[in-house]
Ligand binder design. Structure first.
Ligand code: 13P
Length: 249
C-alpha cells in the first residue's frame, strides 16, 4: 500500500494564541484534504487554543519540542503529559535550531523520542547536515549516525509510526531548496538505514519528510519522489500558500 503523504507546518517562534486562532481560521478551508495528513506544530502556549480551533477539521496539532523528564525542577521546560493533556498528538524532536541554539544532542533526541512514544505522541524526528558536511561528502554518514542514535531502543512497532524529517541545515529559511534528487538521495538512504536497523516492513511503513524552503512552487516535484512522504514546512506554513503545498497535485 502506498504511504500517505504527511505535510506538517513548523510555526517556530511565531504567533500568539490569538494570532494562532486567526491563522487557523484562514488556513482551515485551504488545507482540507482527504489524501494528505496535515499537522500544525505550534508554540506550546498556543496548543490549547489551536486544538480548539481545529476541532472538526482534518488538522492535527503538534508541539515543537518537549522535555524528556516526567516532571520536576526543570524551569521553563514542557513535560510530555502537559502536551498530551493539552490535546496535541505530535511533537517535533531535535530540530536543527534546537541543536544549534539550545545544545540538543543526538543523545537528548533519543531520550525525547523514547519519552514521546511512551506517552503516545508521534515524534517528528529531525536530522540534517550542514553545508560544510555536504561539501566534505559526509552527508550520508552523518545522517545515518543521527538516525541510529535517535532510534536506540525504539521498538519496531514504535518505529513504524515515527516521522523522520530530513532537513538540510543549509536549506532552512534560506530559500535554497535541496534539489528533488538531492532530497530523494538522502531520504532513500534514511529508509535503507531503517531497514538495516529493523526490517523491510518498518522501512516501508515509516514516514520520511523533506524540509527546507519547501514552497508552493517546489512541493509537487519533491513529494513526487518515491522516498519523500511529504514535508516539514517553516516559513510557508504561516501563509495561505500552505494550502497549495498540502494540495500539491
Ligand atoms: P523553512 O521552510 O522556513 O525553510 O523551514 C524549514 C524548517 O525548519 C521546518 O522545520
Amino acid at each position: 500500500m502506498a504511504r500517505r503523504k504527511v505535510v506538517a507546518g513548523n510555526w517556530k517562534m511565531n504567533m500568539t494564541p490569538t494570532q494562532a486562532v486567526e491563522l487557523i481560521e484562514t488556513l482551515k478551508p485551504l488545507v482540507a484534504s482527504d489524501e494528505v495528513d496535515v499537522i500544525f506544530c505550534v508554540p506550546a502556549i498556543d496548543i490549547p487554543a489551536a486544538v480548539e480551533a481545529v476541532k472538526g477539521t482534518n488538522i492535527k496539532i503538534g508541539a515543537e519540542n518537549m522535555y524528556f523528564e516526567e516532571k520536576g525542577a526543570y524551569t521553563g521546560e514542557i513535560a510530555p503529559d502537559m502536551i498530551v493533556d493539552a490535546g496535541a498528538t505530535y511533537v517535533i524532536i531535535g530540530h536543527s535550531e534546537r541543536r544549534e541554539y539550545f545544545a540538543e544532542t543526538d543523545e537528548t533526541v533519543n531520550k525525547k523520542v523514547l519519552k514521546a512514544f511512551e506517552h503516545g505522541l508521534t515524534p517528528i524526528i529531525c536530522c540534517g547536515e550542514s553545508l560544510k558536511q555536504r561539501e566534505q561528502g559526509i552527508t550520508i554518514d552523518w545522517i545515518r549516525q543521527q538516525i541510529k542514535i535517535a532510534f536506540l531502543e525504539v521498538t519496531a512497532e514504535q518505529a513504524k509510526k515515527a516521522i523522520i524529517a530530513y532537513e538540510p541545515i543549509w536549506a532552512i529559511g534560506t530559500g535554497k531548496t535541496a534539489t528533488s534528487d538531492q532530497a530523494e538521495e538522502v531520504c532513500f538512504a534514511i529508509r535503507c538505514c531503517i531497514k538495516e536497523l529493523y526490517n523491510e516492513e518498518v522501512a516501508e511503513a515509516i514516514t520520511i519528510q523533506y524540509g527546507g524552503s519547501v514552497n508552493a512552487g517546489n512541493a509537487a516535484e519533491l513529494f513526487a519522489k518515491p522516498d519523500i512522504d511529504g514535508g516539514l514546512v517553516g516559513g510557508a506554513s504561516l501563509k495561505p500558500d500552505f494550502g497549495k503545498i498540502v494540495n500539491y497535485k
